[in-house]
Design a protein around this ligand. Structure first.
Ligand SMILES: Cc1cc2nc3c(=O)[nH]c(=O)nc-3n(C[C@H](O)[C@H](O)[C@H](O)COP(=O)(O)OP(=O)(O)OC[C@H]3O[C@@H](n4cnc5c(N)ncnc54)[C@H](O)[C@@H]3O)c2cc1C
Length: 223
């Protein structure tokens, strides 16, 4: 339990969909690619910015330019990850919905330095392009210096999950409208070669990236 069940991350609407155990939270974070990172900027403006992220043990890692307004914020942040699993088509518009898995993490991030920062950057690469480390140039000292890396522990985190068919009103069940779920999945297309790349064949490590992402998105490896 993350300790969030009774805190400011308690799910209120449809509270039965709330999950607070670490396994539920980390399994969702392991499946996603994009986080929406919210901060209050120094001028008081709330900003929510999309960013890649990595799950690392019981923490989330975020990286960005040292010059970025977001990465310079030294305050509470909110990191939200959403995976859309389906459109729920009910007999009424009101009860139509979405199937999803989402996580909200609150806290003050630790800014990583030294070996921990480099390890976190490699972990981020591996989360966003699984298996690519070792098949591309490693970051230079200058590139590491130009990047800020945050570690945000999952101490204050909640998940919310909706699965299953539409939940229609009893009196709507006989209406002559179709009802069900339209599944949605994250899926890699065929890799498109950069024009300046002389290697025409898609290498195994790039095939492995697509296979890994497709598995995360719920597709079998051979797709
Ligand atoms: C899928 C995805 C993954 C990304 N991953 C990363 C990542 O891992 N690390 C990283 O640093 N950046 C990432 N970005 C880029 C990120 O969203 C920001 O654009 C970038 O960090 C902005 O930094 P900034 O300091 O220029 O702008 P900020 O000072 O943060 O923003 C200034 C203003 O620019 C506008 N703005 C900024 N970004 C966006 C945007 N994405 N869309 C529309 N308006 C915007 C907003 O109005 C904002 O108030 C990602 C973007 C996407 C869409």
């Amino acid at each position: 339990v993350t300790g969030s069940e009774v805190g400011r991350t308690t799910v209120k609407r449809a509270s039965e969909r709330g999950r607070y155990d670490m396994a539920a939270i980390t399994s969702i974070l392991a499946a996603g690619l994009i986080a929406h990172v919210g901060v209050i900027a120094s001028d008081g403006t709330p900003v929510v910015i999309p960013m890649g992220y990595a799950l690392d043990g019981e923490s989330v890692l975020i990286h960005g330019s040292v010059a970025s307004r977001l990465m310079r914020a030294k305050s509470q942040v909110c990191v939200t990850v959403t995976i859309l699993d389906g459109l729920v088509v009910a007999r009424s518009l009101f009860n139509s919905s979405m199937n999803y898995r989402s996580v909200v993490v609150l806290g003050v991030p630790e800014v990583l330095v030294g070996d921990a920062k480099l390890a976190a950057l490699l972990r981020l690469s591996d989360a966003l392009l699984p298996g690519r480390v070792g098949h591309a140039r490693a970051p230079s000292e200058q590139e590491v210096r130009a990047t800020t890396v945050w570690r945000l522990p999952l101490d204050e985190a909640s998940a919310k999950v909706r699965t299953g068919p539409p939940i229609d009103e009893e009196e709507d069940l006989d209406l002559p409208y179709w009802a069900g779920v339209i599944p949605l999945r994250m899926l890699c297309g065929e890799p498109e070669r950069d024009e300046a790349c002389t290697d025409r064949a898609v290498p195994d490590d790039v095939r492995a990236v697509t296979a890994n992402i497709n598995l995360r998105g719920g597709f079998r490896r051979e797709l």
